[in-house]
Structures are given as structure tokens and as C-alpha cells.
Design a protein around this ligand. Structure first.
Ligand code: FA5
Length: 346
């Protein structure tokens, strides 16, 4: 573009401005068409960079004269049509705000956070363990020798780790190996909880999954007894579900505890009165945890003298707690990520 072409374009813009004022004196339109970011005059003035300093001076002056003319027109007439529409308020500030689509934590995370908070109040700290675990920590050190029939109840997915001499790795079947890892790492007294994913070769149904979440808890010190276990679990359950919640201990078997117990929690929804209760089906109790006193063999495997130290341990399914907290009757909804269902849970 040379100087005369530039000047010719400027006069055409001026003509268009004059006819816009006559035909359509819309303030927003005039501002945007000539002075806005992509306005004709703005774009023409931007081309000044291509000219010599002398030409730039002359053309700049001419261009700015038109600019001032347009600004003056807008200034003088701004009240005529209620000012610039783009600066005026056409919003009703008394209307309720639009609902924002906020995200929130998944029910399993909400449950886990509540469980952790509860145990932190009781002086427990959190420890994490690996998901790909050594057979030794998952089974042997927990008193499941090779070929022990109790291994069958936790059948799992075996694997190998490249470059490792020990080829016996598996996807951990429970969070109990963290007991061993922690006892080897720390000195008593220790109060630890350890949440995380576990894996089992299991058929999926309303209360079982092949990948699910557990939380392990254990306390090792001198003179730890079964009554410490009962008090701790009762305090935790009442903190989570309210004072009405009750616990029932019945004998059970796990190779790494002696004595061992299965712990059931009373149904906080129907208290056993509703035969159609979608959570307990009228039983009034829900199996939530395995627990017991840490077996002397396990303490020995970690280098502790069982005549001096004792401890309790428990392991719970986080999905089962989520079901009880939110009244869910099928844990599969927790993995399907169907927002229509997840939104109903809160
Ligand atoms: C164990 O896994 C033991 N490690 C628990 C334990 C720890 C006992 C410390 C003693 C001392 P169990 O297989 O019963 O135990 O599983 C514990 C809990 O995990 C069950 O009570 C249940 O709440 C949950 N659970 C078990 N299998 C599944 C599954 N397939 N899907 C979802 N939750 C499950």
C-alpha cells in the first residue's frame, strides 16, 4: 500500500462513517466498526508501520483527525440513545445466581477421608504400602506358609518384577502386609492405619469386586489387649455412624491373628426392623471388618519378642463403609462413574 492508496482508503472510511451516522447511528455499531479492535480505522492505522517516518507523520495526523472526529461524535451523542449498550447494565442483579457445575469428591474418597479423620483423633497416623507386593509380605510373614489353605480365600494375580531376584510378586490381596512393613520400619509404640487398593480373583456381585479398597489398622506396644481393640473400634464406629451404632464380635480365623474376630456393625438404616432394608436385608447386622490380636509368630517374624510386645490389628472394606454411610445396596455403582447415580448419593 502506498501513500495515496492509504489516503484514499481513509477518505472511504470517512464516507462510510458519515453514512453510518445518517443511516444507523447505533453507538456500539459505530464504535466497533471504526474504532474497535477489528474496526476499519484501527486496522488502517496499524498499517502505518509500513511507511517511512515522514509519511508516517503525515498519514498519522490525517488518521488521528478522523479518529478524533468519530470519538467526538460518540462523546457528544452518548446520552442520546442511553449511552453505549456494551457499558450499560442489562443484568438483573436481584436474580438468583446460575447453578455452577462444581465437582466434588467421589463417595469412596469422602468415606476414606472420614475414616482417616476418625483415627487421627485416636492418635493413628497414615502409612501407604505398595500395590505390587512380595509374596513374603502378603502371605508368608503373615503366617500363611506356602500351600496354606487360607491362601485360597485370597487368590490373586501373580506377577514378576524385572531385574528382581525374588520372582514371587503379586497384586496384594489385602492391606495387612503394611503391618509387616511398618513393624520392620518403626519401633513400638505404633498406631497406624493404612488404606489402599487390593486385588482378588473374585466374581463381581453387589457386595464383591475384584479390585476394592481396604483400610488396615494396628497398634503395637507393651500390654495391648483385646479390650483396647474393642474400645478403639467402638469409638471409631460411633464417631462415623453416631452413638446408636453397635458392634458385634464373633470368632473368626485369619492366620495372622489369635484370637481372630469378625466384626459386624448394626444397620444404621433399619436396626434390623425392616425385612426389605436394601442395606442389611433385615438381618440388622453388616459384616464390616476382620480383626484380632497380632499372632506371636507374626511379631517374631518382625523381630519382636511376643512375651514383651503385643498388638491388635483390623482390616475393613472401604466400599462396605461407603454403602452403609450412603445407603447404597450395590457397590458396583461406585465404579461405574455414572453421574446420574453419583449425584443421588449426596
Ligand atoms: C482380610 O482381608 C484381612 N486382611 C483383614 C484383617 C486384618 C483381619 C487384620 C485381621 C486383622 P477379609 O478377606 O475378610 O479379611 O476382608 C476384610 C474386609 O474387606 C471384609 O470384611 C469386607 O468388608 C471387605 N471385602 C472382602 N472381600 C471383598 C470384595 N471382594 N469386595 C469388596 N469388599 C471386600
Amino acid at each position: 500500500m502506498n501513500v495515496s492508496e492509504w489516503l484514499e482508503e481513509l477518505s472511504k472510511i470517512e464516507e462510510r462513517f458519515v453514512s453510518a451516522v445518517k443511516e444507523n447511528p447505533d453507538f456500539d455499531n459505530i464504535f466497533e466498526s471504526f474504532l474497535g479492535k477489528k474496526g476499519e480505522l484501527t486496522l488502517l492505522l496499524r498499517k502505518l508501520g509500513e511507511f517511512s517516518p515522514d509519511d508516517k507523520k503525515l498519514l498519522g495526523r490525517k488518521g488521528n483527525e478522523l479518529k478524533e472526529k468519530i470519538v467526538k461524535f460518540l462523546e457528544e451523542n452518548k446520552n442520546k440513545f442511553g449511552g453505549f449498550k456494551k457499558y450499560s447494565f442489562d443484568i438483573d442483579v436481584t436474580l438468583p445466581p446460575k447453578k455452577l457445575n462444581l465437582s466434588c469428591a467421589h463417595p469412596l474418597t469422602v468415606t476414606l477421608n472420614r475414616i482417616i479423620e476418625s483415627f487421627e483423633k485416636l492418635g493413628f497416623s497414615v502409612e501407604w504400602g505398595p500395590l505390587v507386593e512380595k509374596d513374603y509380605y502378603n502371605f508368608e510373614a503373615l503366617n500363611f506358609p506356602p500351600d496354606h489353605p487360607a491362601r485360597d480365600m485370597q487368590d490373586t494375580f501373580y506377577t514378576e518384577l524385572k531385574d528382581e531376584k525374588d520372582k514371587n510378586y503379586l497384586l496384594r490381596t489385602h492391606t495387612s502386609p503394611v503391618q509387616i512393613r511398618s513393624m520392620l520400619k518403626y519401633k513400638p509404640p505404633m498406631r497406624i492405619i493404612s488404606p489402599g487398593k487390593v486385588f482378588r480373583s473374585e466374581a463381581v456381585d453387589a457386595t464383591h469386586s475384584f479390585v476394592f479398597n481396604q483400610i488396615e489398622g494396628f497398634y503395637v506396644d507393651k500390654n495391648v489387649s483385646m479390650s483396647d481393640l474393642k474400645w478403639t473400634l467402638e469409638s471409631f464406629i460411633k464417631d462415623l455412624f453416631g452413638q446408636k451404632a453397635d458392634l458385634k464380635f464373633s470368632p473368626s480365623y485369619f492366620p495372622f491373628v489369635e484370637p481372630g474376630a469378625q466384626v459386624e456393625v448394626s444397620c444404621v438404616f433399619c436396626g434390623g426392623k425392616d425385612q426389605n432394608c436394601r442395606v442389611c436385608k433385615g438381618r440388622g447386622w453388616l459384616e464390616m471388618l476382620g480383626a484380632g490380636m497380632i499372632h506371636p509368630k507374626v511379631l517374631e517374624n518382625c523381630g519382636y519378642d511376643p512375651n514383651v510386645f503385643s498388638g491388635f490389628a483390623f482390616g475393613a472394606g472401604i466400599e462396605r463403609f461407603t454403602m452403609l454411610l450412603f445407603g447404597i445396596d450395590d457397590l458396583r455403582v461406585l465404579y461405574e462413574n455414572d453421574l446420574r447415580i453419583l449425584r443421588q448419593i449426596y
